[in-house]
Design a protein around this ligand. Structure first.
Ligand code: 13P
Length: 249
């Protein structure tokens, strides 16, 4: 099966209940089925239930930005993948570089979280990406390969796992790698996945993330082995995000 294309929005710690208006607009904009990609928005935990209720039966899916590795237990302040499934989430982002940096999450922890997402019957979006100094030191490919091997659990299949390549230095900066650099990294990620999972790995969707905007989406999405985008800032407004979905119209 060829990879499915996915336009995913990561709202990070942005948005309020009033942002339901943006969700409504996105539902409207995608209701004519003229796009050939899946559409996902990942708001903060507290909005997932309300947004998922509104998007039931539409072309917009709602996901989470993180979860705990355990299904339940004494973990004050945490949210499990089972609970996310319970309120209608379809996907869970794990290992975003902001969680790796702000919460010192390791690839081993990301691995456990992704396995918990699969156990709950949801789709994990496993994030990887090098820092600027790692790229400058020509270590980008080695870093990302190491993250893939350590973060993606054996339970991963093309149906329950999406990979997101997000170079840390491109996030929120307006800077992006060249299309060739994106293609080279995505080709390398595909090769790593094939080593890990065999030819079935040709079915994994591999997203690019980092300063994706309506103006550069088409070019970035056309690179080799790029099967969609993970978008931060430009996913907050339905109009901007819809302009990115245009790459798939
Ligand atoms: P920006 O699109 O704002 O650069 O953020 C990318 C990102 O981190 C998505 O997860």
């Amino acid at each position: 099966m060829p990879p499915k294309s996915l336009a995913a929005g990561n709202w990070k710690m942005h948005g309020t209940l009033a942002s339901l208006q943006e969700i409504e607009s996105l539902v409207q904009a995608t209701s004519d089925n003229k796009h050939s990609c899946d559409v996902l928005i990942c708001p903060s935990f507290i909005y997932i239930a309300a947004f998922a209720e509104r998007t039931k039966g539409t072309n917009v899916m709602i996901g989470a930005q993180d979860c705990h590795a355990h299904a339940s237990g004494a973990h004050t302040g945490d949210v499990s993948a089972n609970q996310l499934a319970d309120v209608g989430a379809s996907h869970v982002i794990v290992g975003h570089s902001e969680r790796r940096a702000d919460h010192t999450e390791t690839s081993e922890q990301v691995h456990a979280k992704a396995a918990a997402v699969h156990e709950a019957g949801l789709i994990s979006i496993v994030c990887v990406g090098e820092t600027e100094s790692e790229r400058d030191a020509s270590k980008a490919e080695a870093v990302v390969t190491g993250q893939i091997i350590a973060s993606v659990p054996d339970s991963a299949t093309p149906e329950n796992t999406v990979i997101a390549y997000e170079p840390v230095w491109a996030i929120g900066t307006g800077r992006t790698p060249t299309v060739k650099d994106v293609a080279d990294m995505h080709d390398s990620i595909r090769a790593t996945l094939i080593e890990q999972f065999g030819q079935a790995a040709n079915g994994f969707s591999i997203l690019y993330g980092g300063s994706v905007k309506p103006a550069n989406a088409k070019e970035l999405m056309s690179a080799s082995n790029v099967n969609g985008a993970l978008v931060g800032g430009a996913s907050l407004k339905a109009e901007d995000f819809n302009g990115i979905i245009d790459a798939y119209r």
